[in-house]
Design a protein around this ligand. Structure first.
Ligand code: SAJ
Length: 423
């Protein structure tokens, strides 16, 4: 049996490689020619621990091969991005263009008995929409939406749920929600995941599986928003939010996540909007959580401006242009190099734009600063930054920052959005 994975990004590539490591023939498909060439050399184009070894072995042993055009296979796993777009005054409408393009690319090579699985995080109804696109392109085949259990093609939604940084392990260990368009579709998809999933495969409908994925990420977003709101309240009434959450979490039924400079990444800050966009009247809490988290970067920037103001009052011989600000961390979460959709990056850019020439940035996971607003800043190491800075801004709780002994962090003007240096 040959399995084809469409989209060789943060989800598709690890999935393809893990299936190949179980000695199944896997054809990976991506529109990015360079990514395809890199993979066929046995290398990877994304950063994810352990992935390089798995891909290298799969390619060298002949189980994984990448190409830009889909080829016939017995199962197709679609793992392409689902961003949102602005439409009719709504800024957060799910954009299914990549799923549509993938369906249209796969349709010509489909044959009777094939299984098509949508893995991309999707708004409710996207799997049915994908099935409709496939049926439109292949009127000679039958699909579950019209022929139920007699259809030529089986279709399911099986959302990915792996945590970046732990993808290779979580792909195998996590339980899997399998949402077939019919019971036979679920059974076919379950058989496929059982090739490599050691967690449980739990079956449901495609629509419930879609909503389950959105619910998981919305739950996390709402919990983080709660923590972020607490951090703003505590700042106002002079209580340490870090100590507060530690104490509250001692209750056996309380588990509050950590405040931060905002929520970044490609999932948690996006997926709740798929629910809000579908049911704007009802999804009040989910929308508010998004707004609280999206408002946090500006709150941190205001705190930095306040700290600069205090520094200038204490040093009347200085002007705003003389202030050296050091930003610790740019990535969207700790111990990764991914700066995309990062609130820390956004905050650092705003600070540097206001204080060009003197700003310092510490980001141990990158070799050079990205261009744009940060072109006016200098990338330095932890100690150099602590030495030179008048105002220190902690944005990401990277390990190397947590390892700095507290007595070396002597900044009088410190904005610590992660509670690394203030207990
Ligand atoms: N964050 C906080 N406080 C916390 C935890 C996280 O501010 O206590 C921030 C992070 O700094 C980051 C953002 O939230 O900016 C998101 O990071 P994350 O580690 O919570 O999640 P992601 O986006 O890397 O991965 C999530 C995971 N979902 C859940 O844990 C419910 C992952 O399992 C999903 O597979 C992934 O989204 C996805 O692809 O949807």
């Amino acid at each position: 049996n040959t399995i084809s994975v469409i989209g060789l990004g943060y989800i598709g590539l690890p999935t393809a490689a893990v299936i190949a490591s179980r000695r199944k023939q896997v054809i990976g498909v991506d529109i990015n020619q360079r990514a395809v060439e890199t993979i066929n050399r046995g290398d990877i184009h994304i950063v994810e621990p352990e992935l390089d070894i798995v891909v290298h072995a799969a390619v060298k042993e002949g189980y994984l091969r990448a190409t830009t055009t889909p080829e016939p296979a017995d199962a197709f796993l679609i793992a392409v991005p689902t961003p949102f777009k602005a439409e009719n005054g709504n800024d957060h409408v799910p954009d299914l263009a990549y799923i549509k393009a993938a369906s249209q690319a796969v349709a010509p090579v489909l044959k009777q008995g094939d299984l098509v699985i949508l893995e991309s995080t999707s708004p409710v109804g996207a799997t049915e929409q994908m099935a409709a696109w496939l049926a439109e392109a292949r009127p000679d085949l039958t699909f579950p939406q019209t022929h139920r259990e007699d259809s030529d093609i089986r279709i399911a939604h099986c959302p990915e749920r792996v945590l970046p940084g732990h993808v290779v392990r979580e792909l195998v260990e996590n339980d899997r929600v399998i949402g077939g368009m019919t019971a036979k579709c679920s059974a076919a998809a379950t058989a496929l995941y059982q090739i490599f999933v050691e967690g449980e495969c739990i079956t449901t409908t495609a629509r419930t599986a879609e909503m389950a994925k959105l619910t998981e990420n919305s739950f996390r977003d709402v919990n983080i928003a709660f923590a972020n709101e607490l951090s703003i309240i505590c700042d106002k009434i002079d209580i340490s939010v870090w100590e507060l959450i530690r104490l509250a979490n001692r209750h056996p039924r309380v588990n509050i996540l950590q405040p931060g400079p905002g929520v970044g990444g490609h999932c948690i800050a996006v997926d709740p909007w798929f629910i809000v966009s579908e049911t704007p009247e009802e999804a009040r809490l989910i929308r508010t959580a998004r707004e609280v988290n999206d408002g946090k970067p500006q709150w941190v920037i205001d705190k930095v401006n306040e700290a600069v103001g205090k520094y200038l009052s204490a040093n009347p011989d200085k002007t705003a242009r003389d202030v050296t600000i050091a930003c610790f961390g740019l990535a969207f979460k700790p111990d990764i190099d991914d700066l995309r959709e990062s609130p820390a990056l956004k905050i650092a850019e705003t600070i540097v734009a206001k204080h060009p020439g003197r700003s310092l940035v510490v980001e141990p996971n990158i070799e050079s600063l990205p261009g744009g607003a940060l072109a006016d800043a200098r990338l330095v190491d932890e100690m150099a930054a602590l030495e030179a800075a008048d105002v220190v801004v902690l944005l990401v709780d990277h390990k190397p920052f947590k390892q700095i002994p507290l007595d070396q962090v002597t900044a009088d003007y410190l904005v610590d959005s992660r509670g690394v240096w203030v207990a």
